[in-house]
Design a protein around this ligand. Sequence first.
Ligand code: ZN
Length: 300
Amino acid sequence: MLSAKLHNGGIISSSEYNESTHGTRIYCLDKNCNAPLIYIDAAEEGRVAHFKTSGKGDSKHVANCGFYQRLDLVESISKVKEYQAEVLNKGVKEIVIRLSMSGLDPDKEKNTTEREQSEKTKKEVKLKNENLTPQSISSVKGVVKLLTEYEPDILSSILVNVGGGRKVPISELVVNQEQAHELLWNDNVLQNVGYFVYGKVTKLIKLEKVMYITLEENSVPFTIVIFQKHWKEFTYTEKQLVGKNVLVFGNLRKNEYKDQQKTEMIIKSDRYLQTFQRKPKNIQEDSEPNSHMSSNNKRV
Ligand SMILES: [Zn+2]
């Protein structure tokens, strides 16, 4: 873990922690947990400075703590939503990541500058310490990776630069279909900003000129739309998608039909959608706490 709660309720980053200033009473920031933590200096384990549980006495994460075990995407984003406001309001150092998804669009010809820029970004990321979060988000796959490979305290300190000087907590951009629907129909979506929506595919219907993919409906419908002109770029089959969890990226769109408000997203190629695995439901009770997980900011 790279963040911990102090006895006075503040939250401190491990890189800024100083025992004489902040005291020795440091705790897990998950409010269900509050396990006492210990501080490990960078020099001690040859890694970045971090906090962890000692495994002794009360210094263990509880089962529903976000640091107890590795989280799947849905668990991870829900913990980030839970922590994000507190982490960002209490002085943890922000990580700003740029959202640059324009490379996804097959209709848009890449100009040389853009191509050069994306190559440059790739190089920069490679040169960085492997433990650091990427500097930009340019694929849906990258978001799945980010949300499943980094611990929720790090993710909670991420602001996404969506352009036009706007920076938003990552938990506001990655939403389930109900949240997407609410944002859209309450007119709270960020202008010209794509959202990442996750859910489980129930149906794929191919008509003459359009394909519809519907997500499992809890309270509101959500439909992914692919027009015929983009079918050559969209190769997923019914078999590959039905029953799978997916994360899709695009602009949210209203569709009002016979007094029914529906939320849609138009996508243009395979690259707008990424499948991901959910954890089987009984794992939470069965598995042992993953104590070494908290010793590194990137999970191994
Ligand atoms: Zn904990």
